[in-house]
Design a protein around this ligand. Structure first.
Ligand code: NAP
Length: 381
């Protein structure tokens, strides 16, 4: 039985408050009234919130991410339910959850925001973040939609291996926020066990998470990147040797030969940043696909040139994906609870730093400087 909002929630709490991105850049930790749960919402106590490698650029206004100011930044997080609204049916106070920051309008699913990060590109989306869902998770508590709280099997995930647990800690679980994104794009092209999946670039935060997600789904991974040392690190994400690496040399024919050394691939998954838009890997990875191959694009580009003739000739399907579905989130958690999707040390994932709210500058710096395969930084208020 769900419990109504009562509860252990204190009257005030600490938040990281971004007043302005310029004239002057004004961000600091302040005390504010704690939000209350109402119909449709829960108040969660934040245990670990993800920090993106480009957080400093976003929250200083240098990277043009739209959000209202003032507001509390901070997106997906591991949390405990502290209070629930009267219409909660299963969520209970005290329950461990993964809070997913991707919020849709309830009366229009096309209105969408990333809580604490991005307030969408149309008035409906903007309205969601300007009002009800304005303040994110770099705070002790946050008010969030009930449907964005995904229950976690605490005994299984955090329990002692001797008692059937997987022995993870809270920081290990925070990596769900990295895995969630590629999970959306990989499932969007229906990855099947045994398929050859090219992941490019595989050396970044989301690319390396894509490698782990594809392995958990039973795929053979071909990890693509520019730097050999980073690719070597990616290789260690599969101690059983299910990752093959291919360096982007800029010579398309040579790269295609290397990519198809053991036959054509089934899927090409891309999560490149804008800077990579002119990279030759788009052409070589598409040319490495067999007939009926699928391309899943998650990278963020203003424009991209693709080898359309090769795509025609080979019946290639291309799909784009922004984030993921709620089913993707449930599937990701199920894979982790089953033990197929490995987290923490078992998955080769390292937490570069876990910082308090007051240490937000160090958190932003660490996330920027200590990125790379399997790395994460979190703020644990
Ligand atoms: N579709 C969605 O829903 C969604 C959601 C979240 C993020 N994204 C997008 O995903 C992108 C990647 O994010 P991230 O956090 O993973 O970034 P990241 O950690 O900074 O990784 C960037 C990756 O891109 C590679 N790269 C950079 N410049 C390149 C170039 N010129 N040619 C080839 N590779 C290059 C880097 O490789 P090196 O190791 O060689 O530097 C690295 O592997 C972002 O641009 C973001 O907008 C999309």
């Amino acid at each position: 039985m769900a419990q109504e909002s009562t509860s252990a929630v204190p009257q005030t709490h600490r938040v990281l408050y971004l007043k302005s991105t310029r004239d002057p850049y004004d961000i600091s930790v302040v005390e504010q009234p704690t939000p209350q749960a109402g119909p449709g919402s829960a108040v969660i106590q934040i245990l670990g919130a993800a920090v993106l490698s480009y957080s400093r650029e976003i929250f200083s206004g240098r990277k043009p991410y739209p959000y209202p100011t003032p507001f509390v930044p901070g997106s997906s997080a591991i949390a405990r339910v502290a209070a629930v609204g009267p219409d909660a049916t299963t969520l209970e106070v005290g329950q461990l959850v993964y809070f997913d920051c991707y919020i849709h309008g309830r009366d229009d699913p096309n209105s969408l925001i990333l809580h604490g990060l991005y307030y969408g590109l149309d008035p409906g989306s903007n309205k969601l973040m300007e009002n009800e869902w304005r303040n994110g998770t770099y705070a002790e508590y946050s008010k969030v939609p009930l449907e964005n709280c995904f229950p976690l099997d605490e005994r299984r995930l955090l329990g002692n291996p001797a008692d059937g647990g997987l022995g993870y800690n809270m920081a290990d679980l925070s990596y769900f926020s990295k895995l969630a994104v590629p999970m959306g794009g990989l499932r969007n092209v229906n990855i099947r066990a045994g398929e050859k999946v090219i992941i490019a670039p595989a050396t970044g935060a989301f690319g390396s998470a894509a490698v782990l997600a594809a392995l958990a789904m039973g795929a053979q991974v071909i990890a693509v990147g520019r730097k050999l040392d980073a690719l070597e690190k990616v290789k260690t994400l599969s101690p059983e040797g299910r990752i093959r690496t291919v360096q982007i040399t800029g010579e398309v024919a040579q790269d295609v030969r290397e990519l198809t050394k053991f036959g054509p691939a089934d899927v090409f998954f891309d999560i490149s940043p804008e800077e990579a838009a002119k990279s030759t890997h788009f052409t070589s990875c598409i040319q490495a696909l067999g007939r009926g191959g699928r391309v899943s694009l998650m990278g963020a580009f203003m424009e991209l040139t693709l080898p359309i003739m090769a795509m025609f000739q080979n019946d290639i399907t291309l799909k784009c994906k922004f984030m993921y579905t709620k089913q993707d989130m449930r599937f990701m958690i199920q894979l982790a609870e089953a033990g197929y999707l490995k987290l923490g040390q078992a998955g080769g994932i390292q937490t570069a730093g876990s910082f308090s709210l007051e240490q937000f500058e160090a958190a932003f710096d660490t996330a920027a400087e200590m990125g790379g395969p399997g790395m994460q930084t979190i703020i644990a208020p």
